[in-house]
Design a protein around this ligand. Structure first.
Ligand code: V07
Length: 260
């Protein structure tokens, strides 16, 4: 009788064909750092005559599915664009709903993230988030800071131009205080001022839902990343979709500007 409350919600097992492809992919060079623009939640909902927020909620479930699979693939860092600095312009109702998702996500999934050795991190303007959102994230950060498996990095209230403006401000303050000279400023130095300075180089960017643009996401970090676009709406994105993007990545010849 109590079983159905005590048992974990069981998810369908992955088909053997997919598990075999996963095994093969693991033998080849894996992107260390994958970032995803999780687009198409609103359109997914509209297609079903549901409110936009139903799409966001379904998208949250996809976050977990994809996090778990990225972990199994051996990806080191998964950066997910959850909320941009521009998203504040959406209706208040929608923004309020979105700001509750980190709390809901972590209430549901934090135990499994801990069990799977996942480390939760965030990039973006943390201070401008509602207090309850800050608390949920801070709690997850603390609870997972000792973990050394997959880094699940949420870009929340993040914008790349704002990030770069803050780097320029920081460097000019150092210069005014005569702590650095112009000749000390190089790519490595700028890199060290970014919110991603502690993370490995971005290897692969995926954007769902058919839009082919970067939308102010990780512009510096994308310099040599491979790009993958799919028409699939984020709530429909699944393990097979991610595996396909990884397999495609593994066929590419990355030259970083040289002839290789
Ligand atoms: C959000 C679900 C995914 C699709 C894109 C928009 C809606 C998970 C989080 C989250 C964030 C931080 C954290 C834990 C979970 C989230 C927002 C929106 C704002 F520590 N999904 N998700 N945050 N969506």
């Amino acid at each position: 009788m109590l079983d159905k409350f005590l048992l974990k919600k069981s998810e369908p097992a992955l088909p053997n064909s997919l598990l075999n492809r996963l095994k093969e992919a693991r033998k080849k060079p894996m992107p260390n750092h994958v970032a995803i623009i999780m687009d198409g939640n609103g359109r997914w909902a509209k297609q079903r005559n549901l409110p936009r927020v139903a799409g966001h909620h379904e998208g949250m479930k996809t976050v977990h599915k994809i996090t778990r699979f990225a972990n199994e693939l051996g990806v080191k860092v998964l950066t997910l664009y959850a909320f941009s600095t521009e998203n504040w312009k959406r209706p208040k109702f929608e923004v309020d709903f979105l700001m509750k998702l980190p709390g809901e996500y972590l209430t549901t999934y934090l135990p499994e993230l801990i069990e799977k050795n996942v480390k939760v991190e965030m990039i973006g303007d943390f201070e401008a988030l509602p207090k309850h959102t800050q608390q949920a994230i801070e709690n997850a950060r603390k609870a997972t800071e000792q973990n050394d498996g997959l880094v699940l990095n949420f870009a929340l209230n993040y914008g790349s131009r704002l990030e770069l403006v803050n780097v320029v401000k920081h460097i000019s303050e150092l210069a005014v205080a005569q702590q650095i000279a112009p000749e000390d400023i190089n790519e490595a130095f700028v890199e060290s001022c970014l919110m991603t300075s502690h993370l490995p180089e971005l290897d692969l960017l995926i954007r769902t839902s058919g839009e082919v643009r970067l939308s102010n996401f990780m512009l510096w970090q994308l310099a040599y990343a491979e790009l993958a676009f799919t028409n699939v709406y984020w709530p429909d994105y699944n393990e097979a979709c991610l595996l396909e993007a990884i397999e495609d990545f593994q066929t590419r010849n990355r030259r970083f500007g040289s002839l290789g």
